[in-house]
Design a protein around this ligand. Structure first.
Ligand SMILES: Nc1ncnc2c1ncn2[C@@H]1O[C@H](COP(=O)(O)OP(=O)(O)OP(=O)(O)O)[C@@H](O)[C@H]1O
Ligand SMILES: [Mg+2]
Length: 259
């Protein structure tokens, strides 16, 4: 399905009665790569969790729609089936479920009943994707993320992203903990998906990832909102100058949520 649009309007989110997101506006269309940056503790991961429907995060007002459909009305698995994919900042370990089984059931969950991916086709696609991401084949039979190194977890998130054929990907610090070669591999995986059927929101602290994945838009979050948006020149300026100039420009004393 070409041409998905994820629209976030005036989103307010609380955790345990504390308001974290205070009116986020963001629109991601397929074909577009958006980078979200911002100092620690300004709401970036909260935004990712709210989009995917983490039960701890209560949306108190505003809306999230995917192609006009109300995402907030969907359960987490329905959001995944609708084409949303989240690579978490800290992927969970699931003992007893192999990586390969997890992948296959995730793929099948997005397909109609009776139209499950044939096993041989799945194995072939997984082998190809693992080769492409330069992953050790034995990772397929290990329990999901259990004992994976930080970098292996991130690479494995990209394996899922490649195989799940998501329409909108949300990648939370997919570059954290990656060595230089792994960073290039992960970027290669994300760039492989760049076409008119896929849009992406890339949460990152560093230009070094964006050197490999050129974003079309860059957004800066402070105080639980997107306070500034621009093109790829914005992230380059942040790398060179930090955030102080934005705080001065917008008269923000304290960028954190509590301000
Ligand atoms: N489950 C939670 N319980 C209590 N507070 C939370 C919870 N989740 C997030 N917060 C608070 O919400 C604020 C925003 O957190 P969030 O993880 O969204 O920040 P972030 O922008 O992703 O930061 P970082 O760049 O460090 O990953 C922080 O002050 C954090 O402590
Ligand atoms: Mg975070």
């Amino acid at each position: 399905m070409a041409g998905s649009v994820l629209e976030i309007k005036d989103l307010h989110v609380s955790i345990e009665d504390k308001e974290i997101l205070k009116g986020v506006n963001l629109t991601i269309k397929s074909g577009e790569f958006h980078a979200v940056m911002g100092p620690n503790g300004t709401g970036k991961s909260t935004l990712a969790s709210a989009i995917m429907g983490h039960p701890k995060y209560e949306v108190t007002s505003g809306s999230i729609t995917l192609d006009g459909e109300d995402v907030l009305e969907m359960e987490v698995d329905e959001r995944a089936r609708a084409g949303l994919f989240l690579a978490m900042q800290y992927p969970s370990e699931i003992s007893g479920v192999t990586n390969s089984d997890f992948l296959r059931s995730s793929i099948n969950a997005r397909r109609a009943e009776g139209d499950e991916i044939p096993l041989m086709k799945f194995i072939k696609e997984m082998d190809e994707a693992m080769d492409f991401l330069e992953m050790d084949k034995n990772m397929a039979q290990r329990y999901l993320n259990e004992g994976f190194s930080g970098g292996e977890k991130k690479r494995n998130e990209i394996l899922q992203l490649l195989m799940m054929k998501a329409e909108i990907g949300i990648l939370d610090e997919i570059d954290s903990g990656l060595d230089i070669d792994a960073l290039k591999v992960v970027a290669k995986g994300i760039n492989k998906l760049r076409d008119e059927n896929f849009g992406c929101l890339i949460i990152t602290h560093y230009q070094r990832l964006l050197n490999y994945i050129e974003p079309d838009f860059v957004h800066v979050m402070m105080q639980g909102r997107v306070v500034k948006s621009g093109g790829s020149e914005l992230s380059k300026r942040l790398e060179a100058e930090g955030y102080d100039w934005i705080k001065q420009e917008l008269n923000i004393q304290d960028e954190t949520i509590n301000a």
